[in-house]
Design a protein around this ligand. Structure first.
Ligand code: RTP
Ligand code: MG
Length: 142
């Protein structure tokens, strides 16, 4: 069954002029882009988006990083999209990411790691609705 996930190209991706390269990896891996936009997260949005990490020592650094430049948010669709996208991006820390993954190829460190992907189908639904109203989630023609 087709599934959707939320991807964010993080501020380091934008600063390094890697939007096109990263989207190419995503499309070549078989994901369809259902919705896409560029925006600058407010601190309130970044805090809310990463609320699950509010107790973590890296939380305030993460909020500062995610608001340091614009981001690109995308809804991606594919069979098994959530897990397959996590596989495509690789481990949080690029040092631990497998060869060929987006983070291994392009990320500098555990914080500035180029891309976000939802970690479960339930969270994907919540994260997609965080950025996109239903009217922007038009199904792709097959
Ligand atoms: P994401 O949510 O962005 O897809 O990343 P993830 O699941 O691989 O990692 P997660 O544990 O959810 O952490 C969220 C983001 O916080 C930053 N981080 N910094 N300095 C650190 O030790 C540290 N740990 C995590 C990263 O930007 C990570 O992607
Ligand atoms: Mg996560």
């Amino acid at each position: 069954m087709l599934e959707r996930t939320l991807a964010i190209l993080k501020p380091d991706c934008i600063r390094k002029n890697l939007i096109g390269k990263v989207i190419s990896h995503i499309e070549e891996a078989g994901f369809k882009i259902v919705a896409l936009k560029m925006l600058k997260l407010t601190p309130e949005q970044a805090k809310a988006f990463y609320y699950v990490h509010r107790e973590k020592p890296f939380y305030s650094d993460l909020v500062n990083f995610m608001t340091s430049d614009k981001v690109v948010v995308m809804v991606l669709e594919k069979e098994n999209a959530v897990n397959d996208f996590r596989e495509l991006i690789g481990a949080t820390d690029p040092k631990e990411a497998k060869e060929g993954t987006i983070r291994k190829l392009y990320a500098d460190n555990k914080q500035e790691n180029i891309v976000h992907g939802s970690d479960s189908p339930e969270n994907a639904k919540i994260e997609i609705s965080f950025f996109f109203p239903e009217s922007e989630l038009i199904a792709n023609q097959m």
